[in-house]
Write a new protein. Sequence first.
Lengths: 259, 251
Amino acid sequence: MNTIWALAGVVIKEMYRRKDFYVLFVLTALITIAAGMVNFFHDPKIVRYVKDICMLLIWISALLIAIVTTARQIPAERESRTIFPLLAKPVTRGQFILGKFFGCWLATGIALLVFYVFFAIITGSREQHWPWLTYLQAIWLQWAMLAVVIALSLCGSIISAAPSSTTTICFIAVAGILLVGGHLNTVALHQSQPLQTIFYTIYFLIPHLEWFDIRDRVIYDWGLVNWLDCVLATLYAAAYTGLFLLLTWLGFRRKSLNT
Amino acid sequence: MSAIVQTQKLRVEYRSHELRQATKVALGSLDLEVNVGEVFGFLGPNGAGKTTAINVLLGFVPPTRGAAYLFGIDVRQPIARQRIGYLPEMTYYYKFLTAEELLRFYARIFGLPRAEADKRIDQLLKLVELEQARKRPIKSYSKGMQQRVGLAQALINNPDLLILDEPTSGLDPLGRMKVREIIQRLKNEGKTVFFSSHELGEVETVCDRVAIINQGELKATGRVSDLVAQHQANLEKAFLDIIGYQTQSAS
């Protein structure tokens, strides 16, 4: 485990020494503060719009951080040749992948926490109301969802050596799942064979990332999600994360690395 | 003497994914033994298979046939790399880390306790003369400084075997001298050093034994003094004779 945490530590250091996170945070903060200062039509519930915008920005920023950070990990290690002195040490390829995964996941979790603290301060200062448990559930579920996204991106980075193409493909796949993944079964109902089978197969194969999105509960104060559902969602995310990490390891373990 | 590095009929083929491209044999059937405490030079022209052999020893490339062992352990087992240090030809490290952070990271990988790691980092930074720059990010280092960080990371676990791939490549004369001094020092400490180099003068100075390979085949192996005596010339001339290169004056 020591090796895995050492590898993860380097990924976290890389994140806070690069500018990506700070740029996204400043942009989110500026847009949210600007939106919060405008009082349209003297609507007393204007804070909901601010919450909506802020949550959307947090989701986009977190996805960007997760995918961009992960997609470049292995290709950058190979391109900069840092992988050679590393794997010349008693590090297995499995430890290498797990270290990268946990590093990206923890780094994204730290970024997510900063975003949510900002969100809580901004909305709490307007509403004088801090539903901490709802925030906790929202962070946890979003972080669990990001574990799947990170494992998927890591898997993609084994297949494609270019971080830019991995980033684009993963972002399209994740956005597609979030936007239409939940409706594929309805679409399948209106199709003839073999399209119906194809749509159903995709519907049952893809990880349903949209199930982790409880933004509306946070924005409209709908209360807590059943804790059992949270546990099941976590297990669901863990299963897909494990599957993608296994595929990554299978693809990477026999790969020749030529110096 | 017991062999610390051993290859048995080691063969490596690179299969091309393109149609009509022949399989490239990088190593034919390499039998090599490096004994404890010796400085062993691994020589050959570009494309001879030196780096491929090192890649197999480090577990980067799986052998097509044959086997390779470090300390008697199959190189496919990560534990075989517990007591080695490796310095690649081109040294690139995490540029956002400082030298101290980089060494601490590698120390953690070897599972060194904190106090021992601190002591070792201080010793190594002093050895490679980077004490003043220890808190500076590696991205601000010159090429020579980066090579010295590389040497420090290769020594972090106090290895019994050091594998160096062209360790003086791209270094100025002062840097080369420093690397030679460190190799000599390690030899005096009883460490085994296995290194590939094109600098035959350097090899002649520091190596006990050498192996010369060409086109993936072992052409000669033995003590430097024996090879020189056998060919009645310096190591460079002996090397050229062994690989079958005819100089203009000779032809």
